[in-house]
Design a binder for this molecule. Sequence first.
Ligand code: PEP
Ligand code: MN
Length: 258
Amino acid sequence: MNKKIVKIGNLEIGSDKIVLIAGPCAIESEEELILDTKNLKKVDVYRGGAFKSRTSPYSFSGLGQKGIDILNKIAKANNKLSITEITSTNLVPEYEKNVDIIQVGARSMQNFELLKALGKTNKPIMLKRGFGNTLEELLYAAEYISKEGNNNIILCERGIRTFENATRFTLDISAIAVLKKKSPYPVIVDPSHAAGNKEYVESLSLAAIAAGADGLMIEIHSNPEKALSDKEQALKPEEYNQLIEKVEKVANAIGRSV
Ligand code: PEP
Ligand code: MN
C-alpha cells in the first residue's frame, strides 16, 4: 500500500518524524491554554475541545466559538498548528477557515452526513475510531470522506470497549498494524482517552510508537485536579516533557525521530 503523507504547512504526518499533538481536553480560557502549553518542549499541534461531545448533558461542553478563537490565537502565536473536534455539519465553514486539522470524535465516526461534508473540503481530517467500531467500519468511514475527493485523512486509535474495565477503554495495539496494512493513511494513537488514567499513559504511548504509530495525541493540563473535563488522565506539562524524552528513545530505536 502506498503511504499517504498528510502535509499541513511545514508539518508532514506519516513521514519518519513522529507527530506530537498535546493540549487540554477542553479549552477553558485563554489564560489556562497559555499555562497548559507554554512549557511544552516538543509539540507540533495544539489540541483542545471547543464543541465537546460529553457523555452526560450536565458536563462542561466547551466554550464553543470562543474556544476556537482562543485555540487559533494561541497556536498561531506559538507557530503551532491547531486541532479541534467538529460536532456538526453547520460548523464546517467555520472550521475550514480557522482550524488546521479537523477532528471527528469517536462518537461521530459514523455521522455520515458530517463525513460527506468534510469530504467536500480539502482540510486534513483526523478520524477517531468509535469505541464500538471495527477497523473495517473505520475504513469505510474514511471512504465516506475520500469518496467526496478529500484524502487528507489521518486515522486515530483511541481505545475500544471490551470486557476489561481496569482502563477506561482497551487500546487496540493491533489496530496500528492492521490499519497500516489495509490503508495508506497515517495512524495517530490517543493513549489518554484509552487509559482514562494518567498512570498508564506512558506505557501505552511507548507501545504505540514501538508498534509503528505515526504520532501521539496526549491530554495535558497545568493543574489537572482543577481541569473541567477528563482530569484523571491529564499529564502536567513537565510529565509530558519527561514522557516525550522516552518516546524519542523508542522512536530512535526504530529509525524514526520526534
Ligand atoms: C477528544 O479527543 O477530545 C475526545 C473527546 O475523544 P474521543 O472522541 O476519542 O472520545
Ligand atoms: Mn478528553
